[in-house]
Design a protein around this ligand. Sequence first.
Ligand SMILES: NC(=O)c1ccc[n+]([C@@H]2O[C@H](COP(=O)([O-])OP(=O)(O)OC[C@H]3O[C@@H](n4cnc5c(N)ncnc54)[C@H](OP(=O)(O)O)[C@@H]3O)[C@@H](O)[C@H]2O)c1
Length: 281
Amino acid sequence: MILVTGATGHVGAEVVGQLLERGLPVRAMTRRPEGVRFPEGVEVVQGDCDEPESLRKAFEGVERAFLMTAQATGSRKLHTVEQVRAAREAGVGHLVKLSVAEGGESSHELVADWHREDEAAVTESGIEWTMLRPGRFMSNTLVWKHMLRRGDTVQVAFAKKATAPIAPEDIAAVAVEAFTNSDLANETLELSGPEVLTPERELAIVGEILGRRLTLAEPTVEQTIDGIVRGGMARDIAEAMVEHVMNGDYGADISPVVEQVLGRPATTFRSWAEKHFKEES
Ligand SMILES: NC(=O)c1ccc[n+]([C@@H]2O[C@H](COP(=O)([O-])OP(=O)(O)OC[C@H]3O[C@@H](n4cnc5c(N)ncnc54)[C@H](OP(=O)(O)O)[C@@H]3O)[C@@H](O)[C@H]2O)c1
């Protein structure tokens, strides 16, 4: 049995679907099973990383697990530590962990320290692991959808920050491969999409797909920080992160790993957006 944490999330939902397609037994974890529909054949379990007892039950009988955390960077009492504890008690044999690009090492030291601790919970667990380190997700642009329903002006943070965004579907495909290919055991995989783009260019592509003339409005630095703090991050860490994103020269390297692992090119933003934005108009 393979447990997928964050199974309702952008990456986790894809991991669930792709494991199912491979005919592998999947258990999907969510805090609120009553509110979610998973494909037929998926076992659903209630689990909340803030409730260790629920994790113990969720991991029972599990052989392999996909681990992610939705905690704000800097949060104390790491969810990953709780997940790994439950995994060890259950005798899990392989953990595939969703981390961040470069394990946060090129980021501000407050951020880097937190991610180091988060990854170490897995790599020092004594359980076989695979570390996935993706850069910016293409799915970050999905927050534009509600603005597109109201009009043609879209608020875009970090509009000119160039990175190589990756499709959650590709991250999930690598995760599934990690569960099935022993060459990926105890490997750290830096993952990116196939091209360097700014969010400004992504919005232009979405406009072309929708056949609409879209206008970009960039929030101020203060508005961006306030938004991150409203999402649960401590202000000092949010400030450090934003400062670093604005001024740092990183994140725009294209990694060959998705193509190497999957034997096909990584998904382009245009083809990902065709699927996810097409129905919007
Ligand atoms: N976005 C990016 O550009 C980016 C880049 C690199 C790395 N990452 C990493 O990717 C991860 C986010 O992945 P995602 O976009 O797939 O997630 P997401 O779509 O934001 O989904 C969050 C998931 O976390 C679950 N969750 C929230 N609180 C929980 C709790 N207390 N206990 C158990 N589960 C909980 C939710 O499940 P329920 O609500 O169903 O319980 C949901 O499935 C983060 O760790 C982030 O650092 C993101």
